[in-house]
Ligand binder design. Structure first.
Ligand code: AMP
Length: 143
């Protein structure tokens, strides 16, 4: 099971925002789209950074609510770890565990091409385990 399989079901739509937008814009987009991160990108193709709901909480805790009017580029994570279509679920779990984050933008041939969340990984793991259990059950019952 790979990133390509996950995105085949989920789709490749990515919500992006430009670095000059405010943290308030980010909060509104996260809420409206019911997501946990937004990829920061000037052109919708390259990955300039990533901003998560955790970054907003941290920014407010450190600076007060006025920070919501400042630009996202000041608070995003710049060194973004990405994955690509050929990565396996095991690769994704390793990257998320090592980096202690729950999201991975997908970049194929230098272009932003999807986002994987920890929820997508868990869903696929459960589906895999279910299909192994079904195969075992069939093997046992059909002899
Ligand atoms: P998350 O657990 O994904 O909500 O993010 C926790 C922290 O990790 C936040 O500071 C994010 O900006 C950062 N982060 C999220 N995804 C990535 C990623 N793929 N690469 C690097 N940092 C990330």
């Amino acid at each position: 099971m790979s990133v390509a399989n996950i995105l085949g079901e989920k789709g490749r739509n990515v919500i992006t925002i430009q670095g000059s937008s405010s943290l308030l814009d980010v909060a509104r987009m996260l809420s409206a789209n019911k997501i946990g991160v937004i990829v920061v990108s000037e052109d919708g193709v390259s990955v300039d950074g990533i901003v998560s709901e955790r970054d907003i909480v941290k920014a407010i805790a450190n600076n007060g609510a006025e920070v919501l009017l400042r630009s996202v580029s000041k608070f995003m994570t710049q060194n973004v770890i990405t994955c690509q279509d050929s990565d396996t679920i095991e690769n994704l779990m390793e990257k998320m565990t090592k980096g202690r984050f729950r999201h991975l933008p997908v970049v194929n041939d230098g272009k932003l091409d999807g986002v994987i969340s920890i929820g997508d990984v868990v869903k696929m793991r459960i589906a895999e385990a279910q299909s192994v259990a079904d195969a075992m059950r069939e093997y046992i019952t059909t002899g």
